[in-house]
Design a protein around this ligand. Structure first.
Ligand code: M6R
Length: 614
């Protein structure tokens, strides 16, 4: 959600900014803009909609018109005020001396705006960001120094911010500051770059500095200096970035989503590496820092997450309750934070977030921490905000996920939850007779995932036939109810087709009224568990109402062909581990349907990769 880039150096500033913004598009946006500094002038260009619209505007300019020695750029996902050019960033102070771009939300902007209006300031936009630009402009008039003006106004801001600021009167420097919103500085050779996320930096340098909350950095062409708000110097901690260019390239796939679906077997393979050495040896999970004694004493687990991560958490609940026998609740973070919950110092809270920037999940973790709970964060971004509140961080190591629809991060979260549940059971000394076979089967999962992927061409054909339907019902039971929910979410997100998931047994309690020949029912059927026969019965009930039946199954029973119109077979797998395989056909179905319908697979409308507002 929103993206920031700032660049100072001898390369073509406009190009570096636009490339940087292009690499951040995946986060979701609905307008874009850049401010170019040239010889005491700041020129601002903005456009609503796709980045191409801004690019077209810039391409129509002469080289002279877009000459610049530094610049800042932004993609905006509208929060305060709709997606218009006036609301798009960069914003200027009223006298035009200061230009800023901002990620995050200033919670007290109305109060600050009122104060400035009382002084005679007139605002052009509806944004909270313009208020910050005016505030810095106002302070700059008093102190005549950009860095000091920023240091003075930061304590007045409530909320989250990553700010990138230029001043007409102070060429040769970009001032940046952050709090609860990501911002990274890339240290180049005779050039420096700042951005809200690493993909925007990767083609300039692999040396990076993470800025901490309320540290103010003055970024010049040949230097970066950091101070706290009181002017105390902070040493630069330059780190080598581990992410390769491949991570943010499509590698020949038509879309990032397809590439990311195909990455899953290797991600799982890598995650398993070194964890399960021998099925009879306890699992190794050194990242879990809670003492074994404390873990043994725990009587309660709460899992908090949003969207796809929530579905992973719901499967986590089955695993922990089944293998460990400890009561586990799962709740959307957006619900948890607004009610009187009973989290306490005896609770283990597991927060799951791919991006680590989801505002609801971060707030939930903060609240749980204040109540004394032990916090485990499962994330794909160990450098993200949420990890600041973690006692233990489990990095799912899926590599940067560019497509808005989460796929590989989901299976990586799942695998991490399997590992954690086994570890927890071993520490507690329970389910010990079952664990060796579960571990053995886990090790076979990557190859089985590859087998599922090898039927992609067949799934694509089936998807084409299914793409004519406007409504779907997804059903599942037990550990695969969340799989059905995830399948329905994937389809909704990227094809805009209405797909609702229900526990299979609930169909007859209401949703069955929806069914007819225009409403296919998609199920998950894994033999070897009582839920198999029960789900078949539910499918028969749907068939009796004329619904077309589709199933994803590990059964090779030919009889199923009499009942189901479409069967997608996956390799033989236990009910417990089946979510790791069953989700892949759901991802592929959603992908191919979206592609057939000509939708924007990687950047679906209205969605952002990381949702940084509550
Ligand atoms: O980064 P997070 O895992 O915290 O994100 C949570 C949801 O916003 C996310 O899973 C969303 O539902 C995805 N678009 C799913 O594909």
């Amino acid at each position: 959600m929103c993206g920031i880039v700032g660049y100072i150096g001898d390369s073509n500033v406009e190009k570096v900014l636009m490339q940087g913004l292009d690499s951040l598009k995946y986060r979701g946006y609905d307008s874009a803009g850049v401010a170019l500094y040239d010889n005491g002038n700041i020129k601002v260009f903005k456009a609503v909609g796709k980045l191409e619209n801004l690019q077209n505007k810039l391409s129509a300019l002469s080289d002279d018109e877009k000459r610049a020695s530094m610049g800042i750029g932004h993609i905006r996902w509208a929060t305060h005020g709709s997606a218009t050019e006036v609301n798009a960033h960069p914003h200027l102070s009223m006298d035009g001396n200061i230009a800023i771009v901002h990620n995050g939300i200033i919670e007290n902007y109305k109060e600050l705006k009122g104060e400035l209006e009382a002084k005679g300031y007139v605002f052009k936009s509806q944004t909270d960001t313009e208020v910050v630009a005016y505030l810095i402009g106002d302070e700059y008039k008093k102190v005549g120094n950009l860095k000091v003006a920023v240091q003075h106004i930061i304590p007045r801001l409530k909320g989250a911010y990553a700010l990138c600021i230029m001043c007409k009167d102070e060429g040769g420097k970009i001032v940046v500051v952050r709090k609860n919103a990501p911002l990274v500085i890339g240290i180049g050779n005779g050039e420096n770059i700042v951005a809200s996320d690493i993909p925007a930096i990767i083609s300039t340098t692999s040396n990076i500095v993470y800025l901490n909350d309320d540290e103010v950095a003055v970024v010049k062409k040949d230097s970066v200096e950091i101070e706290d708000l009181n002017g105390n110097k902070i040493p630069l901690n330059i780190q080598k970035m581990s992410i390769e260019m491949d991570a943010i390239s499509k590698m020949g796939y038509k879309h990032y989503m397809l590439k990311e679906i195909y990455e899953q077997p290797n991600i799982v393979r890598n995650l398993l590496c070194g964890r399960i050495t021998n099925v009879n040896t306890p699992i190794s999970l050194d990242e879990v820092k809670i003492s074994r004694d404390a873990l043994k004493q725990l009587s309660r687990v709460q899992i908090i997450a949003c969207g796809t991560s929530l579905h992973a958490g719901q499967i986590g609940r089955y695993l922990i309750e089944d293998l460990v026998g400890v009561a586990t609740e799962v709740e959307p973070a957006s619900e948890y934070i607004y009610r009187k919950n009973t989290t306490d110092k005896n609770s283990l809270v597991i927060a799951i977030s791919q991006s680590g920037e989801t505002a609801d999940t971060i707030t939930a973790v903060r609240q749980a921490r204040e109540k004394g709970a032990y916090i485990i964060v499962i994330t794909n971004r160990p450098d993200s905000n949420i990890t600041r509140y973690a006692d233990s961080i489990l990095n799912v190591n899926a590599g940067i996920e560019v497509s808005v629809a989460a796929t590989k991060s989901y299976t990586a979260q799942l695998l991490t939850l399997y590992l954690f549940a086994i570890y927890f059971a071993e520490v507690k000394g329970v389910s010990l007779d079952r664990l060796p076979s579960i571990k053995e089967e886990l090790v076979s999962i990557p190859v089985k995932m590859e087998e599922v992927l090898s039927s992609d061409a067949d799934i694509e054909k089936k998807a084409e036939a299914l793409s004519k339907y406007q409504n779907f019902v997804y059903i599942g039971r037990g550990v695969n109810l969340p799989t059905a929910m995830e399948g329905a979410l994937k389809l909704k997100e990227i094809s805009y087709i209405n797909a609702n998931a229900y526990p299979a047994g609930e169909l007859k309690h209401g949703p069955i009224a929806l069914l007819d020949e225009n409403m296919p029912v998609v199920s998950v059927l894994i033999p070897g568990h009582i839920s198999y026969d029960k789900t078949i019965s539910n499918c028969e009930e749907a068939r009796a109402r004329g619904a077309k039946l589709i199933t994803i199954t590990s059964s090779d029973d030919k009889e199923l062909e009499k009942l189901f119109d479409v069967i997608i077979r996956i390799p033989v797998v236990s009910d417990m581990l089946s979510p790791l395989l069953a989700v892949i056909p759901f991802q592929l179905l959603a992908y191919h349907i979206s592609n057939f319908l000509g939708k924007d697979v990687d950047q679906p409308r209205n969605l952002a990769k990381s949702v940084t507002v509550e």
